[in-house]
Design a protein. Structure first.
Length: 264
Protein backbone atom coordinates (compact mmCIF):
# COMPACT_ATOMS: atom_id res chain seq x y z
CA UNK A 1 0.00 0.00 0.00
CA UNK A 2 1.05 3.59 -0.57
CA UNK A 3 2.29 5.50 2.52
CA UNK A 4 -0.42 6.72 4.87
CA UNK A 5 -3.11 4.45 3.40
CA UNK A 6 -4.90 1.35 4.66
CA UNK A 7 -7.82 -0.71 3.39
CA UNK A 8 -11.20 -0.83 5.11
CA UNK A 9 -14.46 -2.61 4.29
CA UNK A 10 -18.10 -1.64 4.52
CA UNK A 11 -20.68 -4.05 5.96
CA UNK A 12 -21.57 -4.94 2.38
CA UNK A 13 -17.99 -6.08 1.79
CA UNK A 14 -17.18 -3.14 -0.46
CA UNK A 15 -13.57 -1.99 -0.15
CA UNK A 16 -12.61 1.63 0.48
CA UNK A 17 -9.46 3.39 1.65
CA UNK A 18 -8.63 5.40 4.73
CA UNK A 19 -5.74 7.76 5.26
CA UNK A 20 -3.98 8.94 8.39
CA UNK A 21 -0.92 10.86 9.47
CA UNK A 22 1.12 10.83 12.65
CA UNK A 23 2.23 14.30 13.65
CA UNK A 24 3.81 15.32 16.96
CA UNK A 25 3.06 11.80 18.25
CA UNK A 26 -0.63 12.31 17.47
CA UNK A 27 -2.35 9.79 15.20
CA UNK A 28 -4.77 11.83 13.05
CA UNK A 29 -7.36 10.34 10.71
CA UNK A 30 -7.68 12.20 7.41
CA UNK A 31 -10.90 10.56 6.21
CA UNK A 32 -12.20 7.93 3.78
CA UNK A 33 -11.51 7.85 0.05
CA UNK A 34 -12.72 5.81 -2.94
CA UNK A 35 -9.25 4.93 -4.23
CA UNK A 36 -5.79 4.23 -2.86
CA UNK A 37 -4.40 7.10 -4.93
CA UNK A 38 -6.90 9.62 -3.49
CA UNK A 39 -6.09 8.52 0.06
CA UNK A 40 -2.36 8.86 -0.62
CA UNK A 41 -2.84 12.36 -2.08
CA UNK A 42 -4.63 13.39 1.12
CA UNK A 43 -1.71 12.01 3.15
CA UNK A 44 0.82 14.00 1.07
CA UNK A 45 -1.29 17.16 1.37
CA UNK A 46 -1.44 16.75 5.15
CA UNK A 47 2.35 16.52 5.24
CA UNK A 48 2.64 19.69 3.16
CA UNK A 49 0.34 21.60 5.52
CA UNK A 50 2.23 20.57 8.64
CA UNK A 51 5.64 21.35 7.14
CA UNK A 52 5.13 24.55 5.13
CA UNK A 53 6.32 27.29 7.48
CA UNK A 54 4.90 30.23 5.51
CA UNK A 55 1.43 28.74 5.14
CA UNK A 56 -1.47 30.74 6.64
CA UNK A 57 -5.07 29.72 7.25
CA UNK A 58 -6.21 32.19 4.60
CA UNK A 59 -4.33 30.14 1.95
CA UNK A 60 -5.93 26.80 2.83
CA UNK A 61 -8.56 27.25 0.13
CA UNK A 62 -5.91 26.94 -2.61
CA UNK A 63 -6.48 24.16 -5.16
CA UNK A 64 -3.17 22.54 -4.28
CA UNK A 65 -4.75 21.39 -0.98
CA UNK A 66 -8.02 20.19 -2.55
CA UNK A 67 -7.29 16.49 -2.04
CA UNK A 68 -7.89 16.90 1.71
CA UNK A 69 -11.26 17.91 3.24
CA UNK A 70 -11.13 21.57 4.22
CA UNK A 71 -11.89 21.07 7.90
CA UNK A 72 -8.96 18.65 8.15
CA UNK A 73 -6.72 21.33 6.64
CA UNK A 74 -7.75 23.79 9.38
CA UNK A 75 -7.25 21.20 12.12
CA UNK A 76 -3.75 20.34 10.91
CA UNK A 77 -2.63 23.93 10.40
CA UNK A 78 -3.87 24.98 13.83
CA UNK A 79 -2.03 22.03 15.38
CA UNK A 80 1.11 22.94 13.44
CA UNK A 81 1.07 26.69 14.14
CA UNK A 82 -0.49 26.83 17.61
CA UNK A 83 0.54 23.48 19.08
CA UNK A 84 -2.99 22.48 20.15
CA UNK A 85 -4.92 19.63 18.53
CA UNK A 86 -8.64 20.42 18.19
CA UNK A 87 -10.86 18.00 16.25
CA UNK A 88 -13.14 20.73 14.88
CA UNK A 89 -12.09 23.31 12.21
CA UNK A 90 -10.90 25.93 14.70
CA UNK A 91 -7.94 28.23 14.25
CA UNK A 92 -6.64 30.08 17.30
CA UNK A 93 -6.09 33.84 17.06
CA UNK A 94 -4.94 36.38 19.63
CA UNK A 95 -7.72 36.63 22.27
CA UNK A 96 -10.30 34.87 20.04
CA UNK A 97 -10.67 31.98 17.63
CA UNK A 98 -12.06 31.40 14.16
CA UNK A 99 -14.41 28.52 13.30
CA UNK A 100 -14.33 27.72 9.57
CA UNK A 101 -17.37 26.22 7.84
CA UNK A 102 -15.64 26.64 4.46
CA UNK A 103 -12.71 28.65 3.01
CA UNK A 104 -14.96 31.71 2.69
CA UNK A 105 -17.12 31.21 5.77
CA UNK A 106 -15.32 32.19 8.98
CA UNK A 107 -17.06 32.73 12.32
CA UNK A 108 -15.36 34.49 15.24
CA UNK A 109 -15.84 33.57 18.90
CA UNK A 110 -14.41 34.65 22.24
CA UNK A 111 -11.72 32.42 23.67
CA UNK A 112 -14.09 31.69 26.61
CA UNK A 113 -16.14 29.55 24.19
CA UNK A 114 -13.18 27.50 22.97
CA UNK A 115 -13.87 24.44 25.15
CA UNK A 116 -17.53 24.33 24.12
CA UNK A 117 -16.89 24.51 20.37
CA UNK A 118 -13.93 22.15 20.64
CA UNK A 119 -16.45 19.55 21.82
CA UNK A 120 -19.52 20.61 19.78
CA UNK A 121 -19.46 20.69 16.00
CA UNK A 122 -21.30 23.59 14.37
CA UNK A 123 -23.73 22.62 11.61
CA UNK A 124 -25.83 24.72 9.28
CA UNK A 125 -29.36 24.29 7.99
CA UNK A 126 -31.60 26.87 6.34
CA UNK A 127 -29.19 29.66 7.26
CA UNK A 128 -29.20 28.74 10.96
CA UNK A 129 -26.13 27.58 12.86
CA UNK A 130 -26.71 24.90 15.48
CA UNK A 131 -25.00 22.24 17.56
CA UNK A 132 -26.16 18.88 18.88
CA UNK A 133 -26.12 18.84 22.67
CA UNK A 134 -27.55 16.05 24.82
CA UNK A 135 -29.46 14.72 21.81
CA UNK A 136 -31.09 18.09 21.05
CA UNK A 137 -30.37 20.67 18.35
CA UNK A 138 -29.57 24.12 19.74
CA UNK A 139 -29.26 27.32 17.73
CA UNK A 140 -25.94 28.89 18.73
CA UNK A 141 -27.78 32.18 19.39
CA UNK A 142 -29.26 30.58 22.53
CA UNK A 143 -25.88 31.08 24.22
CA UNK A 144 -26.50 34.83 24.02
CA UNK A 145 -30.08 34.72 25.30
CA UNK A 146 -31.46 35.11 21.78
CA UNK A 147 -34.49 33.00 20.86
CA UNK A 148 -35.06 31.17 17.58
CA UNK A 149 -37.89 33.54 16.62
CA UNK A 150 -35.70 36.64 17.13
CA UNK A 151 -34.97 38.87 14.15
CA UNK A 152 -31.57 40.54 13.62
CA UNK A 153 -31.85 44.32 13.66
CA UNK A 154 -35.05 44.16 15.67
CA UNK A 155 -34.30 41.85 18.59
CA UNK A 156 -30.50 41.82 18.49
CA UNK A 157 -27.64 43.57 16.71
CA UNK A 158 -24.15 42.74 15.48
CA UNK A 159 -22.54 45.99 16.58
CA UNK A 160 -19.78 46.07 13.97
CA UNK A 161 -22.15 44.90 11.22
CA UNK A 162 -20.42 41.53 10.81
CA UNK A 163 -23.05 38.79 11.22
CA UNK A 164 -20.31 36.17 11.52
CA UNK A 165 -18.67 37.83 14.53
CA UNK A 166 -20.14 36.08 17.58
CA UNK A 167 -17.84 37.63 20.16
CA UNK A 168 -19.93 38.77 23.13
CA UNK A 169 -18.81 42.38 22.81
CA UNK A 170 -20.22 42.44 19.26
CA UNK A 171 -23.74 41.24 20.12
CA UNK A 172 -26.34 43.53 21.65
CA UNK A 173 -29.60 41.89 22.71
CA UNK A 174 -32.46 44.37 22.23
CA UNK A 175 -35.18 41.98 23.30
CA UNK A 176 -34.80 38.57 24.88
CA UNK A 177 -38.45 37.80 25.62
CA UNK A 178 -40.96 35.59 23.84
CA UNK A 179 -43.75 37.46 22.07
CA UNK A 180 -42.21 40.90 22.67
CA UNK A 181 -41.32 43.19 19.78
CA UNK A 182 -39.78 46.64 19.67
CA UNK A 183 -42.46 48.90 18.17
CA UNK A 184 -41.37 50.67 14.99
CA UNK A 185 -37.83 51.29 16.28
CA UNK A 186 -39.25 53.56 19.00
CA UNK A 187 -37.47 53.81 22.33
CA UNK A 188 -39.11 51.96 25.25
CA UNK A 189 -42.26 51.00 23.38
CA UNK A 190 -42.96 47.27 23.03
CA UNK A 191 -45.70 45.36 21.26
CA UNK A 192 -46.78 41.96 22.55
CA UNK A 193 -48.28 39.36 20.24
CA UNK A 194 -49.25 35.77 20.91
CA UNK A 195 -49.98 33.02 18.44
CA UNK A 196 -53.39 31.39 18.77
CA UNK A 197 -54.37 30.44 15.23
CA UNK A 198 -52.62 33.48 13.82
CA UNK A 199 -50.93 36.22 15.83
CA UNK A 200 -53.16 38.28 18.12
CA UNK A 201 -51.99 41.55 19.67
CA UNK A 202 -51.93 41.45 23.47
CA UNK A 203 -51.04 45.11 23.99
CA UNK A 204 -48.37 47.83 23.88
CA UNK A 205 -46.15 48.54 26.90
CA UNK A 206 -43.49 51.00 28.05
CA UNK A 207 -40.91 48.47 29.23
CA UNK A 208 -39.69 45.08 28.07
CA UNK A 209 -40.32 43.60 31.51
CA UNK A 210 -43.97 44.71 31.53
CA UNK A 211 -44.36 43.33 28.03
CA UNK A 212 -42.85 39.99 29.08
CA UNK A 213 -45.25 39.74 32.02
CA UNK A 214 -48.18 40.65 29.76
CA UNK A 215 -47.24 37.77 27.45
CA UNK A 216 -47.16 35.36 30.39
CA UNK A 217 -50.56 36.59 31.60
CA UNK A 218 -52.07 36.22 28.14
CA UNK A 219 -50.74 32.64 27.91
CA UNK A 220 -52.19 31.83 31.36
CA UNK A 221 -55.62 33.18 30.38
CA UNK A 222 -55.62 31.14 27.19
CA UNK A 223 -54.78 28.01 29.16
CA UNK A 224 -57.64 28.78 31.55
CA UNK A 225 -59.93 28.92 28.50
CA UNK A 226 -58.86 25.39 27.66
CA UNK A 227 -56.25 26.06 24.97
CA UNK A 228 -53.63 23.32 25.33
CA UNK A 229 -50.91 24.99 23.29
CA UNK A 230 -47.51 24.92 25.03
CA UNK A 231 -46.50 28.58 25.27
CA UNK A 232 -42.94 29.36 26.45
CA UNK A 233 -42.65 31.21 29.76
CA UNK A 234 -40.78 34.51 29.99
CA UNK A 235 -38.45 34.45 33.00
CA UNK A 236 -37.97 38.03 34.17
CA UNK A 237 -34.85 37.74 36.32
CA UNK A 238 -34.80 41.39 37.41
CA UNK A 239 -38.19 41.14 39.15
CA UNK A 240 -38.66 39.67 42.61
CA UNK A 241 -41.65 37.42 43.27
CA UNK A 242 -43.78 40.17 44.87
CA UNK A 243 -42.89 42.78 42.24
CA UNK A 244 -43.70 40.31 39.49
CA UNK A 245 -47.07 39.54 41.09
CA UNK A 246 -47.94 43.23 41.38
CA UNK A 247 -47.21 43.84 37.70
CA UNK A 248 -49.03 40.65 36.71
CA UNK A 249 -52.17 41.62 38.63
CA UNK A 250 -52.25 45.21 37.37
CA UNK A 251 -51.15 44.77 33.75
CA UNK A 252 -53.90 45.46 31.21
CA UNK A 253 -54.38 43.39 28.08
CA UNK A 254 -55.84 44.90 24.92
CA UNK A 255 -59.57 44.92 24.30
CA UNK A 256 -58.94 43.13 21.03
CA UNK A 257 -57.24 40.24 22.83
CA UNK A 258 -59.96 40.04 25.50
CA UNK A 259 -62.70 40.07 22.83
CA UNK A 260 -60.90 37.37 20.84
CA UNK A 261 -60.48 35.19 23.92
CA UNK A 262 -64.14 35.52 24.96
CA UNK A 263 -65.23 34.25 21.54
CA UNK A 264 -63.20 31.06 21.93
Amino acid sequence: MLPGVYIAKKKSGEVYYRSNITYRNKHISLGSFPTEEAAHKAYRTAGRITNEESLTVEKLGDKRFASLPFEKRVVLLNFSKNGIYIKNPIYLRKNFFSYYMSPNEEYKFDIDDLFYYSCHKIMKRGGYLYVNDYGMQYNILYRYGIHSHSVPGRDYLFINGDERDFRYSNIEVLNGYHGVFVKDDMIDVYDVRINIVGEVKVGTYRSATEAAVAYNKAADLLHEKGLKKAYPVNYVAELGREEYRQIYDSIKLSKGFIDYMEKM
